[in-house]
Every structure is written in C-alpha cells, then in structure tokens.
Write a protein that binds this ligand. Structure first.
Ligand code: SF4
Length: 361
C-alpha cells in the first residue's frame, strides 16, 4: 500500500499467487496465521520484482520468511556468495547485522538493506577490531582465523575467515601456509574447542559465545535420549563440547540439513535455533522432528512486516568504510580460494580427540 500500511486483504488472487508456498508451510503455520501472512508475502514478492531486489533468508528465519519470500536460503556465507553472483540491485538481508555486512563486503556495488538495525549477535558483539589488534601483538607470527559471525571491522584485522562447515580445514591449511603449529581461532570458544578436537594444530581461543547454542547441556541430551530413544540427535558446533560428545552427529546448519534430507531419519532432534527444524521439516515430510530448541532473539527481530517496510522505503541501508571493506573482503576471499575439503563438512565425533588443551585469551 502506498501509505506503508501492511493491512492487505486475503483475496483469491493472493491465494493463487501464494498457493505453492502454502503447500510447503502448511504443517508449520495455522490457516488463521496464513490469512494474515499470505497478502504480505504476495506484496513483498511483487515489490522485489518491481525494484530488482532479492531477499537472503538465513536458516534461522521463520518459515513464512524462509519459504515465502527468500530468493536465496541457507547459511550466512552461502547467502552472500549467491548474492554476489546475482544481477539484483538491492539485497534485503533476512538475518542479523553481521550477515548484512558480509553481503555488503562481497557485493560493494549493491544496496544492502537490513529490516531491523537492532538485529545483532552475541558472538559478533563479543570482540572488536581493537581486541584483534591486541591479540596479534601478543602472538606475533601466528595466523588469525575468524569465524564469519563477526563484524566487517574484525574480519578486516584477520588473515582468513572460516565457517562452522570448514573451520578445521581452514585452520590446518593456514597453519601449513604460515609454517606454524598453533592458530588463533576467534571468537567462538566452543567452536574453537570443537575444532581443536579434530586437529593436531594447537588452538588459541577467545571467550565469545553464541547465546543460543551455549545454553544446551549434556543433561538436555540425556533427557532427550530417555524420552525419544529412537531419535537421532544432531548438534551445531557452537554448542559446548559435552553436547557434541553426547550427540550422534555434529555439523553446520547446511550439514544438518543435508543429513536430514539425504538420510531421512524417522525421528530427529536438531540442537540449534528453533526455526531451523521448522524450515527443514517443510522439506522432510517423512521425518518427525522432536523440538527442544532455543530462540535467537536477534534473528526473531526480522518479520514479514519489517521486510516489507525495508523494501518499500529502501531502509535500513548497511554501509562499510571502503578501506575496511577491502581488507574484510580479502579475508573472506582467502577462505573461498582454499582448496575444497577432502572430507565432508562434518565433525567426526568418533575420531574426536579427548582432553585437548585450548589456550583461552
Ligand atoms: S544464533 Fe547465535 S550466532 Fe546466530 S545470530 Fe543468534 S546469537 Fe548470533
């Protein structure tokens, strides 16, 4: 609507335009909710075409966003790489602020919008560029590997980025290139501890935490095993090591998604953010999802309403100092240029090393 109101009607034209989405999400959304969401979905998709825009929807978006308006869906780096390849002039980031920054870093000529400027991240907020500069002074000559869940300013201070899917590979490759046996891996302490169990390379870690994954415990897993003895338990590597030790599989959101789609477990538990299971469930009708999960309050700031407002008013644009963007892009590009992993992107829980010391900064 021209006045910015989101009071759209559920007409037969809207029903027809959104029928395919409804078929996909109907197990996760009530008919009453759908009558409110479908008109917005139709209007957002119309606006995208009118403005030559695309929406990048992270795995932790709710299903009406993920399946309803997302042009590219997945993890943060996969989204940004897709965005860099597309012809659109505008990117709306249905995710948190560091993801929008990564998109801007990789797509400097596109306008990148985030629907809510307060969509932050406990992990990205745990470390600053100044912190990284001090760490480099303390450990001269050691390479700094930074998780993509960081600000552009932090990425700009580091040698190479990594994701939860390739962290082990990046650590080993950068150690080989620098000729060292220790690597600084920032900022997620639990990811660093879980990586350390997969490699002989010594890890120096920062005490950053994801507020969603740090709350899971081994006791949670034990309770789940008792209540759902047949369920396969998949954990994200941002969880504490004791959680991974108790799980059946550990991997990134992309690896979890592949596991469910390819192996079709009868019952599964995804130890991660709540919307992940909802979104995978829409594509895995034969699997029963047991749902202990934690909500990310930052991801949940993004809604159909503020995506619509972002598109309508071209807000809120994410900008990065060009000098920082160039250096951050180099760190991301070094990761992209690494040789493809020799083994699938998963954490080998059987071969994981025990009692591994990690030096905490
Ligand atoms: S799920 Fe964790 S890492 Fe992801 S945005 Fe939320 S707080 Fe940050």
């Amino acid at each position: 609507m021209a006045d910015g109101s989101t009071d759209f009607a559920f007409t037969s034209a809207v029903e027809t335009a959104t029928a395919a989405v409804w078929n996909k999400v109907r197990s996760r959304i009530t008919p009453l909710e759908w009558r409110l969401q479908a008109p917005l979905i139709a209007e957002i998709n119309r606006l995208k075409a009118e403005k030559n825009a695309v929406i990048l929807a992270h795995n932790y978006m709710t299903p009406e966003i993920f399946h309803g308006v997302g042009d590219f869906v997945g993890d943060s780096l996969g989204l940004a790489r897709e965005a860099a390849r597309c012809e659109a002039k505008i990117i709306v980031q249905a995710g948190v602020h560091f993801m929008a920054e990564t998109s801007k870093v990789l797509c400097p000529d596109k306008r990148v919008l985030i629907p809510d400027l307060l969509a932050g991240c406990s992990l990205a907020a745990s470390i600053t560029a100044e912190d990284v500069r001090l760490i480099k002074q303390r450990y001269p000559g050691l390479p700094v590997v930074t998780y993509v869940n960081t600000t552009a300013a932090v990425k700009a201070e580091t040698d190479v980025c990594c994701t939860s899917a390739n962290a082990v590979q990046v650590v080993e490759e950068v150690a080989r290139q620098f000729g060292v046996d220790r690597v600084i891996l920032l900022p997620d302490e639990f990811l660093a501890r879980n990586v350390a169990r997969q490699t002989e390379i010594g890890i120096i870690a920062w005490q950053g935490r994801c507020e969603v994954h740090e709350r899971f415990t081994a006791a949670d897993i034990a309770e789940l095993r008792e209540a759902w003895p047949g369920a396969e338990i998949l954990a994200h590597p941002e969880c504490p090591t004791e959680v991974l030790e108790a799980a059946d599989f550990a991997g990134s959101t992309a690896a979890m998604n592949d596991y469910v789609i390819q192996r079709k477990p009868r019952q599964v538990v995804l130890i991660t953010e709540c919307s992940m299971a909802d979104n995978v469930a829409c594509d895995a009708p034969d699997t029963e999802f047991v749902r202990p999960c934690n909500l990310c309050p930052h991801m949940k700031r993004i809604s159909l309403e503020n995506i619509y407002e972002a598109l309508l008013h071209d807000r809120y644009e994410v900008t990065i100092d060009p000098a920082i963007a160039v250096r951050a892009r180099a760190a991301v590009q070094r990761m992209i240029d690494l040789p493809p992993p020799a083994s699938p992107a998963r954490y080998d829980l059987v071969k994981a090393r025990h009692h591994v010391d990690v030096e905490l900064i």
